[in-house]
Design a protein around this ligand. Structure first.
Ligand SMILES: Cc1cc2nc3c(=O)[nH]c(=O)nc-3n(C[C@H](O)[C@H](O)[C@H](O)COP(=O)(O)OP(=O)(O)OC[C@H]3O[C@@H](n4cnc5c(N)ncnc54)[C@H](O)[C@@H]3O)c2cc1C
Length: 373
């Protein structure tokens, strides 16, 4: 039976980053991904440059889309338009995550796609894992298990089955169009309006040759998506063929939970998506780094890895909880949403963002200020 220091379950952002830093830290590391790679993950694939700091690697041009995004346009419920400039990374998750899988392998992690974690059992000093690989399955042992298996996490379900409902009610949806629109290819358009999304902004932007029109809702997500699409088609003369649709739904309650003993959760599996900011990949990468740091520290301490991890994650978890409250307050009505996007507030937020972007250049990766504020 193969024995590892660390097994990482899920080859997305959190898993690849965890495996990379675990291997680089001298731990024998196995990274497993249940799908054949490159695999698609429904996601808009947008991040800020500080994300590269969290990954520990600069994204090479070939893993980014041809059209760069460096402008934002925010549209409020009453139709007020606010413009800004901000460099973003724009990428397809299939290409990007595959690159990150390779980065982890280059750091010394063993990477296996088409390997699905089925079950695990804590057994004294080791955790026995059961993996399905299409050829009958295999078992292995590990000292630490990191669950980075997303919102349908097998690892979290095993630790806390009560966090999962029988099925997900809401969803995030992206429609992809090949065609023309009266829109700028370098702008991310964000629509703050409860008619288009009761949870967060709805979005439109270009990814290579395809216009992406997307939204998310906790109930009736298709109705919101269709309403928003009709609006974009009318208002911006979006014409062409719909070439792809994707949706993502999860039965997991999105509360934060970081694991137990030697089993740590990071990224979406830990409930770290921040709807206020509309982002999850930066939290996924940061939590993955901190999970590995906790494991490395726990070997020199009598405290469990999760205890150390919870302490390291205090700032990030605190921010998610504060943002949850801010988001619920501002999305209570369109009037409240409009107030939250008043000109003085936006000017203040814009100045704070500019400062944070400069400060982030100097901060060490684990201290970066996640944006927008
Ligand atoms: C429509 C949409 C748009 C989004 N847009 C953005 C955006 O623009 N920017 C942003 O920052 N965030 C965005 N997010 C959020 C972002 O996608 C997630 O926060 C991010 O993917 C989390 O990364 P992760 O590594 O934790 O999980 P995932 O990316 O979900 O990776 C989990 C991996 O685990 C694998 N896996 C699952 N179960 C097993 C198993 N049993 N064994 C082995 N492998 C397994 C899965 O196949 C998957 O590859 C968006 C989300 C949605 C739904």
């Amino acid at each position: 039976m193969d024995t590892y220091d660390v097994v990482v379950v899920g080859g997305g952002i959190a898993g690849s980053v965890a495996a990379r830093f675990s291997a680089a830290g001298g731990l024998s590391t196995l990274l497993i991904e249940r799908r054949r790679t490159p695999r698609n993950k429904p996601c808009s694939g947008i991040q800020f440059p500080y994300f590269e700091k969290l990954l520990g690697e600069k994204a090479p041009p070939e893993v980014l889309c041809q059209n760069a995004l460096f402008k934002v346009e925010m549209i409020t419920p009453t139709g007020k338009v606010v413009n800004g400039r901000m460099r973003m990374l724009n990428f397809w998750r299939s290409t990007f995550d595959s690159w990150l899988n390779r980065v982890a392998a280059q750091a010394g992690a063993e990477f296996r796609d088409e390997h699905r974690l089925v079950d695990f059992h804590e057994n004294g000093d080791y955790i026995a894992i059961q993996v399905e690989d299409g050829g009958g399955g295999k078992t292995a042992r590990t000292r630490y298990l990191i669950g980075t298996d997303g919102m349908n996490s097998v690892v979290r379900r095993k630790l806390r089955p009560a966090d999962f409902r029988s099925k997900g009610s809401g969803a995030a949806i992206n429609y992809y169009f090949e065609g023309e629109a009266r829109l700028d290819p370098n702008t991310l358009y964000m629509f703050y309006n409860r008619d288009f999304s009761p949870l967060m902004f709805a979005w439109v932007y270009l990814k290579d040759d395809w216009w992406v029109v997307g939204t998310g809702a906790d109930t009736a997500p298709l109705e919101y998506a269709e309403r928003f699409l009709s609006y974009v088609q009318d208002r911006y003369a979006l014409r062409g063929e719909m070439v792809k649709r994707e949706g993502f739904s999860s039965p997991m309650e999105s509360s934060v939970y970081l694991g137990h003993g030697s089993v740590l959760l990071a990224g979406d599996a830990a409930g770290l998506v921040d709807l206020y900011r509309g982002l999850g990949m930066d939290n996924a990468a940061l939590s993955a780094r901190l999970a590995v740091k906790a494991i490395l520290r726990s070997q020199r301490s009598d405290r469990s890895a999760v205890e150390i991890y919870e302490r390291l994650m205090k700032g990030l978890v605190g921010k998610i909880r504060r943002n949850e409250k801010r988001q619920a307050a501002r999305y209570s009505t369109n009037e409240e949403l409009e107030r939250s996007l008043s000109t003085p507030r936006l000017i203040r937020d814009g100045l704070l963002m500019l400062t944070a972007i400069q400060v982030n250049r100097l901060l060490p990766p684990e201290r970066v200020i996640t944006l927008p504020l």
